[in-house]
Design a protein around this ligand. Structure first.
Ligand code: KG4
Ligand code: ZN
Length: 336
C-alpha cells in the first residue's frame, strides 16, 4: 500500500477520447491514459456520436487496466471511482458512467459524478494550487464560459456564449476552409503564418456583459469565403486564419481581463481545448503580466479532454462525501 490520503480512479468519455487516470489527493497524477478517436472521426469531418460510443466500448476496459497498471496500484488501493456525468454526447457518456458504476459496485467503492467543465478547470490543480477568489475562462468545443470561484467546488457562471462555443467556431471556419477535423489546431498553425487583413467583426455585446457570441463572426468568415469563391478571387488561407483568430482572441482576452479586474480575483485559469491555442496563451500572458493576477494555463496534454482533470475535480467532492448512487445516469445537458 502506498502512502496516500486518497486515490481516485477517474473516467472520461464525454466526446471522442476514451480516458482513465489515477489521481492522488486531487493534485498528483499517477497515470493518465487517453485513447483518442480523432483519426476515425476525421474521415467524417466531425464526431459521429454512434461511432464514438462504439469505440468507447471497445477501448474502455483496455484504458482502465492501463491506468491502474501505470499508476502501480490495485483496485484495493482506490478510494473512489469518478466519472464525467455530463455534459456531452449521451451515448458516449453512458459508456463511462456504466463502467464506473460496474467497477465501483464490484469493488465496493463510492462513485462520484463530475461535471466536464469542472474537470477542465481542475486540470490546472495538477500543476498549480488554486488561489481564491479565482476566475476561469473555459473555452472548448462545446463551451465558452467565465466562471467565478470563491472556494473549491463552488462555481458561478458570470458569462457564457449566447450561440457558438469558441472551439465550435474554430471547427466550423476550418471546415469552410476545407481543413481536417478538429479545426482548432489547424487554424492555430496557419494563423502563425498570416496577417489580420480581412477585418472580421469583434462581438463585444452590450457594455458590461461578460457573455460571448461567435456565430456572427463565423458567418462573416463563411460569407467572405463564398464571395471570394464566386468572384473567382484568390483566398489567402493563412490571412483568413489569422484574421478570424485575432477576432476571437481579442474578445476572449478583453472580456476575461475586465471580469478579472471587476471581480478582484487572485488567479486566472484558462481551460478547455482552445486553451491549447498558441496565440491565446501568449496574449493572455502579455495582458496579465502587468497585473497582480496569477495566470494559470495547463500544459497542452491537460488542455484537451482527459480523465486526470476529472479525478482532480472529484477530489473536492470526495472530501465532502458527495457520492452518487448507483442510479447515476449520463446527463448530456448537465448544468453546473
Ligand atoms: O476540451 P476539448 O478537448 O473538448 C470539448 O470539451 O469540447 O476541446 C476541443 C476543442 C475543439 O473545438 C478544437 O478545435 C479546439 O478545442 N482546439 C483548439 C486548439 N486545440 C484544440 N482551438 C484552437 N487552437 C488550438 N490549438
Ligand atoms: Zn472538454
Amino acid at each position: 500500500m502506498i502512502e496516500k490520503n486518497e486515490l481516485i480512479l477517474a473516467i472520461e468519455t464525454s466526446c471522442d477520447e476514451t480516458a482513465a487516470a489515477v489521481v492522488q489527493d486531487g493534485t498528483k497524477l499517477l497515470s493518465n491514459v487517453v485513447a483518442t478517436q480523432m483519426d476515425i472521426h476525421q474521415k467524417f469531418g466531425g464526431v459521429v456520436p454512434e461511432v464514438a460510443s462504439r469505440h468507447h466500448i471497445e477501448q474502455m476496459t483496455v484504458v482502465l487496466e492501463q491506468a491502474v497498471t501505470e499508476a502501480n496500484v490495485t483496485m484495493e488501493d482506490i478510494d473512489a471511482v469518478a466519472v464525467t456525468e455530463g455534459p456531452g454526447l449521451v451515448g458516449a457518456l453512458l459508456v463511462g458512467v456504466n463502467a464506473a458504476k460496474a467497477l465501483a459496485y464490484a469493488h465496493g467503492k463510492p462513485v462520484i459524478g463530475v461535471h466536464h467543465i469542472a474537470g477542465h478547470i481542475y486540470a490546472n490543480r495538477l500543476e498549480k494550487e488554486f488561489e481564491f477568489p479565482l476566475l476561469s475562462l473555459v473555452v472548448s468545443g462545446g463551451h465558452t464560459e467565465l466562471i467565478y470561484m470563491e472556494e473549491h467546488g463552488e462555481y458561478e457562471i458570470i458569462g457564457e456564449t449566447r450561440d457558438d462555443a469558441a472551439g465550435e467556431a474554430y471547427d466550423k471556419v476550418a471546415k469552410a476552409l476545407s481543413l481536417p477535423y478538429p479545426g482548432g489546431p489547424q487554424i492555430d498553425r496557419l494563423a502563425q503564418e498570416g496577417k489580420d487583413t480581412y477585418n472580421f467583426p469583434r462581438s463585444y455585446l452590450e457594455e458590461g456583459s461578460y457573455d460571448f457570441s461567435f456565430s456572427g463572426l463565423k458567418t462573416a468568415v463563411i460569407n467572405k469565403l463564398h464571395h471570394l469563391r464566386q468572384k473567382g478571387e484568390e483566398i489567402d488561407v493563412e490571412n483568413v486564419a489569422t484574421s478570424f483568430q485575432e477576432s476571437v482572441i481579442d474578445v476572449l482576452v478583453d472580456k476575461t481581463y475586465d471580469a478579472a479586474k471587476d471581480y478582484g480575483v487572485k488567479q486566472l485559469i484558462v481551460a478547455g481545448g482552445v486553451s491549447a491555442n498558441k496565440t491565446l496563451r501568449a496574449r493572455m500572458e502579455q495582458r496579465f503580466a502587468e497585473t497582480d493576477v496569477e495566470l494559470a494555463i495547463p500544459p497542452l496534454y491537460l488542455c484537451t479532454d482527459n480523465a486526470a482533470m476529472i479525478g482532480a475535480a472529484a477530489s473536492v467532492e470526495y472530501h465532502k462525501q458527495n457520492y452518487a448512487s448507483l442510479n447515476l445516469n449520463a446527463n448530456p445537458g448537465l448544468m453546473m
